[in-house]
Design a protein around this ligand. Structure first.
Ligand code: ZN
Length: 185
């Protein structure tokens, strides 16, 4: 049975942003010590020595597993290939997106948004009639769209946030602003 992995997803704030150089981002994350060059799965790297300092853990300090020797569910970093389209990168089980114009909650969003996987699909609000690309609905960090993402595996929703240094490093390497969301789908 497929068990979803809880994740912290870093992605460009602009869902339409198409990265030009994959390798620049990898090199920048290697340089600040978020990850190592050692892979543990396809496109997935072991945590680097600064990993724990590049995230801010909320609440009581958890026991974070950083290597396969620590047992299952250790944190790792995935840099998957780019999506050709602006796609839903991940979402939490509790997310209810809202219309950005009238704040109306889109309950049962997968039923109401016919093509929810594609960020350019237009959602027509039943309350205010506003038409919004689904990537621009208010996902409140419980969902995000884009062509690319850096995925930190085995971080639960709202367990940790990226440190400013991590987001600014991504911005410098890509010349675009980065934000984050959580997923456990
Ligand atoms: Zn609306």
């Amino acid at each position: 049975m497929y068990t979803p992995v809880p994740r912290l997803i870093l992605h460009p704030a602009d869902p339409r942003y198409v990265p030009s150089d994959h390798n620049e981002i990898f090199k920048a994350l290697l340089a600040i010590g978020l990850l190592t060059e050692t892979t543990c799965d396809k496109h997935t790297y072991l945590a680097g020595k600064e990993f724990i300092n590049l995230l801010t853990f909320l609440g009581c300090s958890p026991e974070i597993k950083l290597s396969p020797q620590d047992g299952e569910n250790f944190c790792s970093i995935s840099i998957p290939g780019y999506h050709e389209d602006n796609m839903l990168l991940g979402y939490t089980s509790t997310i209810i997106p809202r219309c950005p114009a009238c704040k109306h909650k889109v309950n049962d969003w997968k039923q109401h948004i016919h093509d929810w996987k594609h960020g350019n699909h237009i959602y027509h609000c039943t309350e205010c009639q506003q038409q919004t690309p689904v990537a621009e609905l208010n996902w409140r960090q419980e969902g995000g769209y884009g062509h690319c993402a850096i995925i930190i595996n085995h971080i639960h929703p709202h367990e940790a946030v990226p440190a400013d240094k991590l987001l600014s490093t991504l911005q410098q390497a890509s010349q675009t602003e980065w934000v984050y969301c959580y997923a456990n789908n």
